[in-house]
Design a protein around this ligand. Structure first.
Ligand code: RTP
Length: 148
């Protein structure tokens, strides 16, 4: 089953949105496979965002990610990578539809609350980076009520 990496960024944690965000993924029917509250070092944040290292906003982005603890999660389910991105909304909250996390709770691109993997392959890399000891292997008893 497909997995994605979801990170609640420092602004989401500070603003008390952890429960709300977990709730949205749970209620959709996805399964939580890993979760931790963690403060990351600069080098780790640079590694996570290495594909963006040439962007002008890169150092501000890294400063933002290391400014406080983040909640790192692995969620599992059918099409969870793309559906997770839909739940999160567009990168710029000004363009995120109401009903999405960024559309409901964020204003600026540089404080957009949450990260979600953009492809199955990047999810695999990000999960390996953030959860080097692996995730929890379990299956919800609701599985037959979510999948035919
Ligand atoms: P994320 O990786 O955080 O899920 O975001 P994303 O795929 O929607 O967007 P991406 O292009 O990968 O950018 C990563 C994060 O960098 C910040 N950003 N700032 N100032 C800017 O123009 C700018 N552009 C991007 C955002 O926090 C974005 O989520």
């Amino acid at each position: 089953m497909e997995q994605t990496f979801i990170m609640i960024k420092p602004d989401g944690v500070q603003r008390g949105l952890v429960g709300e965000i977990v709730c949205r993924f749970e209620k959709k029917g996805f399964s939580l496979k890993g979760l931790k509250l963690i403060s990351v070092e600069r080098a780790f944040a640079e590694k996570h965002y290495e594909d963006l290292s040439s962007k002008p906003f890169f150092s501000g982005l890294v400063d933002y990610i290391i400014s406080g603890p983040v909640v790192a999660m692995v969620w599992e389910g059918k099409n969870v990578v793309s559906t997770g991105r839909n739940i999160i909304g567009a990168t710029n909250p000004a363009a995120s539809a109401p009903g999405t996390i960024r559309g409901d709770y964020a204003v600026e691109i540089g404080r957009n609350i949450i990260h979600g993997s953009d492809a199955v392959e990047s999810a695999r890399k990000e999960i390996a980076l953030w959860f080097p000891d692996g995730t929890v292997n379990w299956q919800s008893s609701l599985h037959p009520w979510i999948y035919e």
